[in-house]
Design a protein around this ligand. Structure first.
Ligand code: TXA
Ligand code: MG
Length: 327
């Protein structure tokens, strides 16, 4: 079994770059969630990502670059809009799907003609890329499990499977990047995130939002897999009242329920985990809370956040965690 080391990112950076150049995997922090990186140009190294995660090979990876201009190393026919987006949102939680260069190995794009690129905010992630190579990297969780937002989450999922985790503390955004496809005639959001449709409409006169729950299987293969799922039943509560009813019902049938919600006075006689005061707090703490909940309870009730923007993006993940079950 491989020994998995966790090092502060500033301490482990050189070792991490060496590992990448040798064709090994390194987990690293970004502003969204932790990534599991390999040299994108080394097909054997990229294969190890799929093995370590147990990820199906028909699910393509995002290539992480040190600066947005580096997309030209990986992509052909980059439209002007990409550079407009870069000015506003990069580095940041936005991934853009573009036409790939033929030099990008098939395993990165699952054989497709497009490639997803992203410039992460974390300066150590970008430093690692500068010192080594652009990194093909999915979220650093076991396939289908909850995305990791701390180094310890990565360790819990991948201990014994990778050599090094660069610890960059807690991720600030807490949910995965927005994936925007620029290869369609109308820019299309394949996965909603912190860069919202409202924000993108400052640049485009039209943005298509795919209903990723009903799924655009052909276009973003990752979306067809069950994602973001705790290892026990979860439901989304449309109101505090329905949450309380579901809570009591679960409790009466011998389950151990927990309510994940924004700070509130309600539920004082029941077990709840408050994720903060704002939608931003909720997004940041959501995956951590799910991991704590699945380890200590066995029935998770998630408060429905109403509204568009980031609230809708977090609910996109919650709907998957709950397998579309509402109460
Ligand atoms: O925030 C994030 O995006 C994190 C951090 C590490 O950067 N990464 C991440 O990667 O969430 P992953 O592999 O867990 O999710 C990538 C999503 C998948 O749904 C995948 O199918 C989609 O992006 N994707 C990747 N390449 C694509 C492509 N060429 N066309 C369409 N969808 C693509
Ligand atoms: Mg993932």
């Amino acid at each position: 079994m491989i020994k998995t080391e966790i090092l502060p990112q500033e301490e482990g950076i050189n070792q991490a770059a060496e590992l990448i150049l040798k064709g090994e995997l390194v987990a690293f922090a970004t502003e969204t969630v932790y990534g599991l990186g390999a040299d994108y140009s080394n097909a054997d190294a990229v294969k190890k990502i799929f093995e370590a995660k147990g990820r199906p090979q028909d699910n393509p990876l995002i290539v992480h670059i040190a600066k947005s201009e580096d997309a030209s190393l990986i992509c052909d026919d980059i439209p002007l809009e990409y550079f407009e987006l870069a000015k506003k949102f990069m580095p940041g939680p936005l991934t853009v799907v573009l036409k790939k260069k033929t030099s990008v190995p098939d395993i990165v794009t699952a054989g497709g003609q497009t490639v997803a690129v992203r410039t992460p905010q974390n300066v150590w992630a970008r430093k690692l890329i500068e010192l080594s190579r652009p990194l093909a990297a999915p979220s650093a969780n076991r396939s289908k499990h909850i995305s990791p937002t701390t180094a310890q989450h990565v360790y819990n999922d991948l201990n014994g499977r990778i050599k090094l985790i660069l610890d960059g503390g807690e991720c600030n955004v807490g949910i995965e990047s927005t994936v925007l496809d620029l290869t369609e005639s109308i820019p299309t959001i394949l996965r909603p995130g912190a860069v919202t449709a409202e924000m993108l409409s400052q640049i485009f006169c039209a943005v298509k939002e795919n209903n990723t729950v009903k799924l655009n299987v052909a276009k973003s293969p990752g979306m067809k897999y069950e994602h973001y799922a705790p290892n026990c039943t979860a439901v989304i509560a449309k109101s505090t009242e329905s949450a309380a009813v579901a809570y009591d019902k679960a409790k009466n049938s011998g389950l151990k329920p927990i309510y994940l919600c924004l700070s509130c006075e309600d539920f004082s006689d029941k077990e709840k985990m408050e994720l903060g005061k704002s939608v931003e707090d909720f997004a940041k703490n959501y995956y951590s809370a799910l991991r704590i909940a699945e380890n200590n309870y066995n029935f998770i009730i998630i408060q429905e956040l109403k509204g568009g923007g980031l609230a809708a993006s977090v609910m996109n993940r919650a709907i998957k965690s709950a397998n579309c079950n509402f109460v």
